[in-house]
Design a binder for this molecule. Sequence first.
Ligand SMILES: Cc1ncc(COP(=O)(O)O)c(C=O)c1O
Length: 494
Amino acid sequence: MSILNSYHYPKPAEEGLKLQYVGKRLAQLPTPAAIIDIAATRRNCEAMLAAIEDIGGLDFRPHVKTHKTSELTELQINGYDRKRDRAAKLVVSTVAEIEHLLPWLLEKKRKGTLIDVLYGLPVSPSSLPRLAAMVNVLGLSSNISLLVDNPDCVDIIAKAKPSWPGVIEVFVKIDTGYHRAGVEPDSEPFWAVVRKLTQQQDKIHLRGIYSHLGNSYDGDSVEDAVNGLKLELEKLHQAGKLLAGEISPVSNAFIYSVGATPTATAVQNLAGDTPNARGFRHSLTAMRRELENKGIDLTIELHAGVYPLLDLQQLATHARPKNVNFYSLSSEPSHRYAGLSIANLGLYILAEVASLYPHRAKPEGLIAAGTLALGREPCKAYPGWGIVSPWGDGDVAWHWNHNYENGKAKFYDLDLPEADRTGWIVGRISQEHGMLTWEGPPSEKRELKPGQKLLIWPNHACIAGSGFGCYFIIDSDSADSTVVRDVWVRCRGW
Ligand SMILES: Cc1ncc(COP(=O)(O)O)c(C=O)c1O
């Protein structure tokens, strides 16, 4: 039996939340709360789409796993430019995400927008009836594709065919180095999957191949991110050339889908007219030409998920420069890109100071926000679980450029050598509570008081958001960046 996710993970009442909180100030919100700065988020979404448009010859399929809201999915698809009307090509990591997006998807379909959703990991077999139900609701013109990397799973998926309208479309998941899911090109497991797909061609059609280079988070420079992207593409092309000879796709269309936020947003480093950028575009053309010679029309698409909100883990990859002025794009509109800096972090966790321990060797404070609000994801750039932003000294309109004073950061700045960093971080963490620790000379300590609310940058936005049923939306481009402009309900669970 297939049970809708919303029975297990009920969602908060959106209208009630909006009535209660829109127009309120951050300091009036219950804590902990997840806060999205729409201005930074818009910039990040625009930058991704602009880079895809500027480079040309690439498609983009946003992942919705980070935020799980229809509002941000729309921004990922069309950006802030209301003139765009792009296909609803998405990656999801749970059936719950599709179920939650269903009203939005149906509205898209009503307007004639193409729906093309990819379940981004090999699917657990018991989820197939719920997925089939979604395909039935969305209809034959829409697509929900699955990933496969095991011959037995191909057989299990084939058995779901009677309840699935049309053929079941799949991508083969290729392991390009992350070693989570996937098969390596030309390996025995790769060929076992290919053989099985050939046998099941009447029920299952191969659409393309997919890679997620999660280990690109280990990178530390623009070069690392760009090289990661190139590596993913090369590995997929290695697999694609082999598949082109073996399996005839339904149409002659075939897709390479690659990316994680460091590698996908790295294309912002590759727009313009530099030798590196020209070389990249040339390699895309060469891949397409090689498959064209085998009668295949290749689409190369990027996918990414955490890029609209970003987080401290992403800053630590240095996958893009901090400052957009870096881009030497001659006549290109470089302002369309977004720097990888705290100004473009879209997610904060609002937490309240519960107590203070100024007498300790390292001054400390207790906040009522722990693992369940911030996650327990480390960040390789510092030994903590979140960084306290400078906001919070009074309930007054506050502007984001107040993060710096005379060029000096008013927070624990990851750009400085560790010994020179000064500010509050979440130094220890337990289930519902976190310990703030003051880093730097005690004499420079920023005074806090019990009951004070603080905005904290989390290490990993996907995990931090998962503790909340909704996001409160603020807008740092507006005259008063501390006023709640909207409330977005998100889904949870599987
Ligand atoms: C299979 C898969 N694809 C794509 C992504 C998107 O990666 P990122 O969150 O780095 O943008 C993820 C994220 O975990 C993923 O698991």
